[in-house]
Design a protein around this ligand. Structure first.
Ligand code: BGC
Length: 795
């Protein structure tokens, strides 16, 4: 009954929405006929720092855009930068913490809360989420991005967008695309091959666009394959609009535009912020002189007006910012993000029976670090700290003592360690709060290493020497090295938890909340182990994506490197058992859905949440593929002893690679394996199936196509038999047919351009060209074939 009700509501909403859209479109068409060329041009750039250009004469309003992503940074006015004097807003955990929740429903709710705050403060478009991939652990904005995995980034991004936009507020999906380095970010060229671009870097944007239709997409500062992101027709028009069906507008990152005319031609709508009137004049001249077709400008302006008018029509009056409610919600969210990395000897949760004297060590406990540096900096409505919260909410019946341990203003001040060690010695348990100070993680600056300040590392090591019950409680927005890991029995990764994070940390430490966060990024032992170690941050304006598709856990798998903590890892105060994996079929086609189901049981004594990760492995592939790739995930809550069945529906795309030669996704016939896992290195269940591809892909024959490829295909084999029968017959054993020819591998490797030479001109160069033409229309069902290796190379 309830479902029917919801469906009817959705259907009615869709109906009325389309009527609204129609009305909007009529209004925009009318405005288009009234706008002068100058006015149209002016609409293609911002009015000032944060607003779009209004046209008072025609009652065209302006809208307010503001950062983003984990809270609202709304300047006092649209023409003020808004650093330091921004309006207070709820600072939620940053994206790297949000991603550790692996919880799309929760991220949707965070989006809703952010949307409410935007409505309360008059903001129409929130500049986020950032779904760029964490290619290197050194990336300065890693705290602001979700993960190293394209599917997880895309799904979380879509949930965030749907949440914000459910409140009548738009989002800006950023930074499109391959914006993975901060060094020289205004001109760095992301030198990434086409397959990798699609499989790793474009996929999160594709998912977010298709599942959530953000009102705007923000084009990046950097160049991609040699072309600025703001002026790439392929990215902004062919892919975003035509292939993915993006219905919104593209805005530039702030000051990202280089060539205004090229940008508009490519499909970029609005230059942000207002840079100079010179830019408008350039555009005007380009239209007047025929360099830019006015019809192109008209299309863009029409789309801009659709977004502006829609945004204004959804403006709500008198919305409450719900400061207190959102503060509590931010605490709840962070409780789901905190990741228990290690808990030997079950040091945690802190039990008051076991620990009467608790030492809280480290300045972060009193002076929290809760977000990153740069444009995303939120002015919180209030700010909690762990020391006060623990004393207030958990301090009854226990002695809580504090030692500063280090000095946040001086990384190399070791003078406070001794006092902290003494306190730890006199206590039953030592909680050492350490991590990365604010200046370590910033927009615009990449990290140079992954170490915490020397004083923090030494503090943890020294305390652990004299106190067996030492817990390292880490505050950082991205991966760090842990040289003391063997000495410390428990490590709690608390990320950058936002303004209410301290309460969540206390809740997890004392067991009010059972930790359920899992790493959305691999923690390496050392920088040299990381995928982009050789190619980051790039040099001479170019960053080579040398590790190709082997980003994050894909790389550690391929290189068989043991990470410090693997992607997907996170412990709980309870335990889970996986069983009974079932596939809906043992053989499918790329058009069928494959349903994978399994059971998860809480085998411990308390309630908890587990994120089940589903990886897919292509066991035999024409192209090189990662050992496994995350395709689906789900977070389930289980009471002690409870079992739940979870299921995932997989489709052709889940099995596909991107073929750069043919510019298409291909799901090849062959054997595949699905793995249900608790982390990328903790595979619990496996099952195999066969895929039979129904796709037909073009042969893509050219003068470098080699003999074996043509011989393996039944249609092209017939052509070879027609053009070079004598040569083939030369390899046919007595009494056998031509199809049974035993052509040596050495000759199978020869490309068509050499056919006249190897066949002693039985086939001429002209005939080779003719053969190429005849092969061009031939298609085949893709399957695993050994194009790369020619077996039995013999002479
Ligand atoms: C950042 C964007 C941000 C914009 C507006 C840029 O420097 O890259 O993420 O939204 O500024 O503050």
């Amino acid at each position: 009954m309830r479902l029917v009700g919801i469906l009817t509501f959705v259907f009615m909403a869709a109906l009325s929405l389309s009527a609204q859209d129609k009305e909007l479109e009529d209004k925009v068409n009318k405005l288009m006929s009234e706008l002068t060329l100058e006015e149209k041009v002016s609409l293609c750039s911002g009015r000032d720092d944060w607003s779009t250009e209004p046209i008072e004469r025609l009652d065209i309003p302006w809208i307010w855009m503001a950062d983003g992503p984990h809270g609202l940074r709304r300047a006092p006015a649209t023409n003020k930068a808004g650093y330091g004097d921004q309006h207070p807003a709820t600072c939620f955990p940053t994206a790297s913490a949000l991603s550790a929740t692996w919880d799309t429903d929760l991220i949707y709710k965070v989006g809703q809360a952010l949307g409410e705050e935007c409505q309360a403060l008059g903001v129409n478009v929130l500049l986020g989420p950032g779904v760029n991939i964490k290619r290197s652990v050194l990336g300065g904005r890693n705290f602001e991005y979700f993960t190293e995995d394209p599917i997880l980034s895309g799904e979380l991004g879509a949930a965030y967008i749907n949440g914000v936009q459910s409140q009548g507020v738009g989002t800006s999906l950023k930074h499109f695309v391959a914006n993975n380095v901060e060094t020289m970010r205004m001109f760095m060229n992301s030198d990434v091959d086409t397959r990798t671009l699609h499989e790793i870097y474009l996929t999160p944007f594709e998912i977010a666009v298709k599942k959530a239709q953000p009102w705007t997409v923000m084009a990046c500062y950097n160049r991609v394959q040699g072309e600025y992101g703001t002026q790439s027709p392929y990215l902004l028009t062919n892919l975003l609009k035509e292939e993915w069906g993006f219905e919104g507008i593209v805005i530039s990152d702030w000051f990202a535009v280089v060539d205004r005319v090229a940008a508009l031609k490519a499909g970029m709508h609005i230059e942000m912020p207002h840079v100079s009137s010179v830019n408008d004049e350039i555009l005007l001249k380009a239209v007047q002189e025929g360099e830019l077709d006015e019809a192109v400008l008209d299309n863009l302006v029409k789309e801009i007006l659709m977004v502006v008018l829609k945004a204004k029509s959804l403006d709500k009056e008198d919305v409450d910012q719900k400061e207190e409610e959102h503060h509590q919600f931010a605490r709840e969210v962070h409780g789901q993000a905190i990741t228990l990395l290690k808990n030997n000897k079950i040091v945690l949760p802190l039990s008051k029976d076991k620990y009467k004297k608790i030492a809280i060590i480290g300045e972060f406990a009193a002076n929290p670090r809760y977000q990153g540096n740069g444009s995303s900096e939120v002015k919180p409505t209030q700010l909690d700290n762990v020391l006060d919260i623990i004393k207030k909410e958990y301090g009854k019946g226990v002695k809580i003592s504090y030692a500063q341990g280090y000095n946040l203003k001086d990384d190399n001040d070791f003078t406070m360690i001794e006092e902290a060690v003494q306190l730890a010695k006199e206590s039953d348990v030592a909680l050492v709060f350490a991590g990365l100070p604010l200046h370590y993680e910033s927009e615009g600056i990449d990290r140079k290493h992954i170490d915490m300040p020397a004083a923090h590392n030494q503090l943890i090591a020294e305390v652990a020497k004299i106190q067996n019950n030492t817990v390292a409680v880490l505050t950082n927005g991205s991966a760090v090295a842990m040289p003391w890991i063997e000495q410390v029995p428990a490590v709690l990764e608390t990320w950058l938890g936002g303004q209410a994070g301290a309460g969540a940390v206390a809740d997890v430490l004392f067991g009010t909340v059972n930790p359920s966060g899992k790493l959305a990024e691999t923690f390496p032992v050392k920088l040299a182990d990381t995928p982009a170690a050789f190619d980051f941050p790039g040099e001479q304006g170019n960053v080579l994506y040398g590790e190709r598709i082997f980003v994050g856990y894909r790389y550690y798998d391929e290189k068989q490197i043991e990470p410090l903590f693997p992607f997907g890892h996170g412990l709980s105060y309870t335990t889970f058992d996986y069983s009974d994996i079932q596939l809906s079929a043992k053989k499918i086609s790329d058009k069928d859905a494959l349903v994978v189901s399994l059971k998860v049981k809480n085998t411990g004594a308390i309630a908890g949440k587990e994120t089940v990760q589903l990886y897919v492995s292509d066991l035999e592939s024409t192209l090189q593929r990662p050992e496994k790739e995350l395709k689906h995930f789900v977070k389930v809550e289980l009471q002690p002893g409870e079992t739940k069945e979870v299921s995932f529906e997989l489709s052709g795309r889940d099995f596909s690679y991107y073929d750069a030669k043919r510019d298409m996704w291909i799901a090849e016939s062959g054997s595949f394996e699905v793995m249900a896992a608790a982390s990328s290195r903790d595979i619990r269940l496996k099952a195999q199936f066969e895929l039979e591809s129904t796709q037909q892909v073009p042969m893509m024959v050219d003068k470098y196509t080699f003999a074996k490829e043509l011989w393996d295909n039944t249609e092209t084999r017939e052509l070879l038999k027609e053009y070079m029968p004598n040569w083939i017959n030369g390899w046919v054993p007595e009494g056998k047919t031509m199809d049974e020819a035993n052509i040596p591998g050495f000759f199978m490797e020869h490309p068509m351009i050499k056919f006249p030479y190897i066949t002693n001109n039985e086939i001429t160069h002209e005939q080779v060209n003719e053969l190429i033409e005849r092969c061009k229309n031939i298609t085949y069902a893709p399957s695993y074939r050994t194009f790369k290796e020619v077996e039995n190379v013999s002479f």
